[in-house]
Design a binder for this molecule. Structure first.
Ligand SMILES: [Zn+2]
Length: 230
């Protein structure tokens, strides 16, 4: 256990703490504090203790990297619901487009937004059932992998480009982000729907949307500490 100076933020060494008199002296800024009033420095070892009944898996990788995996959800009632609905929706849009094309191609173009919505729904259903996400991080960078039957992706962000790791509203991240996250385990706050995200100047990168909230909070706290600092 290490204590942090509440004046300058430096760590106070154990030899400068006297538990009996409740005194702690910061050798960095030369101030005295009540030891019991200081915050404890959280160590990486504390942060790596998984929450009870965690669904997220943790492995130690090469070069001191740590790999976190959110396993695919498989078939849940919700995923089946979205699947049935998107099949029905796309079927309806297909019929409508076919009929409209008989009239005029131009008229059929009005179906485009409905196709987009249907495809996003189908994609989110497929992702919810089959997608495994993997986050690998070390002191310098973080890699987010989406492992799917089709369109797998892998992206690496440098630690220096990351401004925050926190729950972020998908709605304010744009309509496409909203659609892409449809049906995931967001935290609802009125009209906002929040997911864990790694944030850069350019945009938020949402991750582990389908994990239970306790797991999400644990990962956010860990990544925030390692990638942004406290
Ligand atoms: Zn200090």
């Amino acid at each position: 256990m290490e204590l942090l100076c509440n004046n300058c933020g430096a760590a106070i060494e154990a030899r400068d703490v006297n538990i009996a008199t409740d005194m702690a002296k910061c050798s960095n800024c030369n101030t005295l504090h009540r030891a019991s009033e200081l915050k404890e420095k959280i160590t990486i070892a504390d942060l790596l203790v998984l929450p009870p009944q965690a669904k997220v898996r943790m492995e130690h990788g090469r070069n001191k990297s740590i790999e976190l995996t959110a396993p695919a959800n498989g078939l849940s009632a919700e995923a089946i619901g979205i699947t049935i609905f998107s099949v029905f929706w796309l079927g309806f849009v297909s019929v409508w487009t076919a009929l409209a094309t008989m009239g005029s191609i131009f008229f059929a173009l009005f179906s485009i937004p409905f196709w987009v919505v249907g495809i996003f729904m189908a994609k989110s259903a497929i992702n919810k059932i089959f997608e495994t996400q993997k986050i690998t991080f070390n002191d310098y960078e973080v890699t987010i992998e989406h492992i799917r039957p089709i369109f797998s992706s892998k992206l690496t962000l440098a630690k220096k480009d990351i401004t925050a790791v926190k729950y972020t509203d998908v709605v304010s991240a744009g309509p496409l982000a909203g659609f892409a996250q449809m049906g995931a385990n967001g935290k609802y706050k009125g009209k906002r729907q929040e997911f864990p995200a790694i944030i850069t100047q350019a945009k938020p990168y949402f991750f582990f949307q389908n994990l239970p909230e306790a797991d999400q909070r644990w990962v956010v706290r860990l990544l925030k500490n390692v990638l942004v600092g406290n």
